[in-house]
Design a protein around this ligand. Structure first.
Ligand code: PLP
Length: 441
């Protein structure tokens, strides 16, 4: 999709900007050093009109196919038929033997922990850098979280920290693929196998991401996705569970789907719970299933488009000293959830993150920061009455702190606009060309 407007702008892209971008970094920085920073009264580097600028990074993105699917459903009067179709399509997409749509990612997590069927007091390793439901949903079954740090270079599960925190009561571990970057599933799987731990995945950020050809959500004995509005496959609310065994599938499905047990084979251990399941009602709204099915059809294409534009942007700005991408191995195909997260080394940048943000925002770059609330610091984990035995609250989690303190977010672009991309590159180079001045802001 070409969102840039006028002929003049196109011409600029083809001539001036392209010529400048073709120069070496040093020459580009020299060219920009004669300009005045916008924060000090100079002209903004990003002059792209605000409307199209907002439109290109608008999320979620729905079109005629989602509208038609919803209209068709309303007109047909058939609603629940959509759920098994989505289930089948998702199973095929992920290449897993069993899947179950749930009302959201949180209810998929609760069902997953129910399906584990471990003795109360079992400990499950989880990142503290995650959404509350990854850690808290286990509470209902008497399990206790062991908070694991993240690797400061990836914002994903730190296996070394997990090795240090293993206890005789540890029975499972649940990883979370932060912002669409796969955790190192080969090493983590090997560790889980060696220690006899059940591997679980919170893949709420990572729809379509894969490693060594295997999709996230298909590595663990069980896993979940969220289809909430902000996610890479948004259905406003919705979730999905993946199960590698029939036993896990039937237990997880029966927990919040009272109509399922009767459909299971006669030898199913949960068949006798027909009519009630296990007391919850977690059925996905059929409207969400209709939207999810449409979003699934274009998921890979969207992921590829976003990744292509991130690559173009990051190839240029990570040439600047002190700004880099989270590490992604060549055998990992990451996707991007919510933002293009970059990490800063302030010493190499020569200025503080706050000063950079001020300078970039003045230039018109929609840069931001957002600290993931560290779960272990939240009140509920310290109140003993909610837990079989009190979780150990780590004094510090250096990986979490590092990522929260050093990241910046750039918007994801969902449409082609060489001009806007060039202006972002120019803004970064302009700021870096004035590093001493930025350090005084
Ligand atoms: C990492 C993670 N896990 C689980 C969830 C829960 O998903 P939902 O909002 O669909 O309940 C979210 C949602 O934000 C999430 O980010």
């Amino acid at each position: 999709m070409e969102l840039s407007g006028t002929k003049t702008r196109r011409k600029f892209v083809q001539t001036g900007a392209a010529a400048l971008a073709g120069l070496g970094l040093e020459s580009r920085l020299r060219a920009r050093s004669v300009e005045t920073l916008a924060v000090n009264g100079g002209a903004k580097a990003v002059t792209y009109p605000p409307g199209p600028h907002a439109a290109i990074s608008k999320w979620p993105r729905y079109g005629p196919s989602e509208k038609k699917a919803l209209h068709d459903m309303i007109d047909s009067g058939k609603f629940y038929e959509e759920l098994p179709i989505l289930e089948k399509e998702w199973r095929e997409y992920l290449n897993v033997p069993y899947a179950k749509p749930h009302m959201n990612g949180s209810s998929a997590l609760t069902s997953m922990y129910f399906a584990l069927d471990l003795p109360p007091g079992s400990e499950i390793m989880v990142p503290s850098y995650t959404f509350f439901a990854t850690c808290l949903a286990m509470r209902f079954f008497g399990y206790v979280p062991i908070f694991i740090d993240i690797d400061p270079k990836t914002a994903c599960f730190d296996l070394d920290d997990a090795k240090r925190k293993l206890t005789p009561r540890t029975r499972a571990l649940c990883v979370m693929h932060s912002w669409g970057l796969p955790c190192e599933m080969d090493h983590i799987s090997a560790f889980a196998r060696e220690k006899g731990l059940i591997l679980l995945e919170d893949a709420a950020h990572a729809h379509g991401a894969s490693m060594q050809g295997k999709k996230m959500g298909a590595w663990g004995a069980m896993g979940i996705f969220s289809f909430q509005t902000s996610k890479p496959m948004p259905a406003i609310e919705g979730g999905m569970g993946m199960y590698q065994t029939r036993e896990y599938y039937e237990r997880a499905a029966a927990f919040g789907h009272y109509e399922d047990p009767v459909k299971f084979p006669a030898d199913s251990p949960v068949r006798k719970y027909e009519g009630t399941g296990f007391g919850q009602k977690y059925r996905m709204h059929p409207f969400a299933a209709a939207v999810a099915r449409q979003q699934l059809r274009s998921l890979d294409e969207r992921n590829l488009q976003v990744a292509k534009l991130v690559r173009l942007m990051n190839n240029r700005i990570t040439q600047l000293p002190g700004i880099f991408e989270p590490r992604c191995r060549p055998d990992q195909q990451r996707v991007y959830y919510n933002a293009n997260m970059l990490l800063l080394d302030e010493a190499k940048c020569g200025f503080k993150r706050g000063q950079l943000l001020k300078a970039l925002q003045a230039e018109g770059v929609r840069a931001s920061i957002w600290d993931y609330p560290e779960q272990h610091k939240l009140y509920i984990y310290s109140e003993a009455k909610w837990w079989h035995h009190p979780p150990v609250i780590p004094e510090r989690m250096p990986g979490n702190e590092h990522v929260n303190a050093t990241h910046i977010f750039l918007p994801l672009f969902y449409g082609e606009s060489p001009e806007l991309m060039d202006q972002y590159g120019k803004a970064f180079e302009k700021v870096w060309a004035h590093r001493a001045e930025v350090a005084r802001l």
